[in-house]
Ligand binder design. Structure first.
Ligand SMILES: NC(=O)c1ccc[n+]([C@@H]2O[C@H](COP(=O)([O-])OP(=O)(O)OC[C@H]3O[C@@H](n4cnc5c(N)ncnc54)[C@H](O)[C@@H]3O)[C@@H](O)[C@H]2O)c1
Length: 256
């Protein structure tokens, strides 16, 4: 018996990085996983890896900023698996810029993926989960949602928003007797491609995440996607059944 045996999960942004690790980990513990993303070939590869290993997964194209795509994806999942038990609102982008140089377009794009995406996931999945008898929602925040950093104001704003949105909706779910738990996860410095895409070093194609971890994390220790996936697995499973409205910080003491 796996730790999330026969549960149905959706992992947004599941084609790469932390989302990919969450999808593989949940499937390895018995869940059927809908991997959704905008990077289709990479998502297909994650699903192939899960199915080859004997797990169950499907890939669905899904831009989390689109309400229509949330509705279609949910219909496809319910058609395939009949119920929904776990939502991992993981898709995210990070834009680094001094506030005075940040365009309104980038500010809104940052917000659209990281916060509109989580809002739409909550709005559309809670009714389906309630129908399924309850479930667990895990919203990917960040240590940046707990602690400020220069040049990451818009990103931090979205991640602080994810934290309080999660807590508020957790209380609402209790009040409405849904049997749905909602928690946020706060990764520290984790080795994924997000660092290369955030414009941290203007003009650079790659960022030395290991060097960033060495200079900022206690003990200099870099984290890996599996470190976060293990926390997500705990929150997704019934092992955390008394835990809701809380933040799980996985950062090797970065924010301590
Ligand atoms: N890597 C870190 O150090 C770190 C730290 C704290 C929090 N996080 C958070 O973890 C989550 C995953 O990030 P990651 O580090 O794995 O990054 P990543 O770039 O490796 O993966 C993010 C995934 O999200 C997808 N995505 C982006 N925009 C999307 C959209 N509009 N719709 C659907 N999918 C979309 C991307 O295609 C990609 O597959 C993010 O929410 C990020 O903010 C990461």
């Amino acid at each position: 018996m796996g730790r999330v045996q026969d549960k149905v999960a959706i992992v947004t942004g599941g084609s790469a990085g932390i989302g990919r690790a969450c999808a593989i980990t949940l499937a390895g513990e018995g869940a059927s996983v809908a991997v959704t993303d905008v990077q289709d070939p990479e998502g297909d590869a994650v699903v192939a890896e899960i199915n080859t290993a004997g797990g169950k997964a499907i890939y669905l194209h899904h831009d989390v900023t689109s309400e229509a795509e949330w509705q279609t994806v949910l219909e496809q999942i319910l058609q395939e698996y009949k119920h929904l038990d776990i939502l991992v609102n993981n898709a995210g982008i990070a834009i680094s810029s001094p506030i005075t140089q940040l365009s309104l377009e980038d500010f809104q794009r940052q917000n659209a993926v990281n916060l509109d995406g989580v809002f739409l996931g909550l709005k559309h999945c809670i009714p389906a989960m309630t129908e399924s008898g309850g479930g667990s929602i895990i919203n990917m925040s960040s240590v940046a949602g707990l602690k400020a950093s220069p040049n990451l104001s818009a990103y931090s704003m979205t991640k602080g928003g994810v934290r309080l949105l999660s807590k508020s909706v957790a209380r609402e779910c209790i009040q409405a007797n849904t049997n749905i738990r909602v928690n946020s996860v706060h990764p520290g410095i984790i080795q994924t491609a997000i660092w290369d895409k955030m414009g941290l070093i203007p003009g650079a194609n790659t960022v030395d995440v290991d060097a960033i971890a060495k200079s900022t994390v206690p003990g200099g220790k870099l984290g890996f996607p599996e470190d976060i996936a293990n926390g997500v697995l705990f929150l997704a499973s019934d092992e955390s059944s008394y835990m809701t409205g809380m933040e799980l910080v996985i950062d090797h003491g970065f924010s301590a």
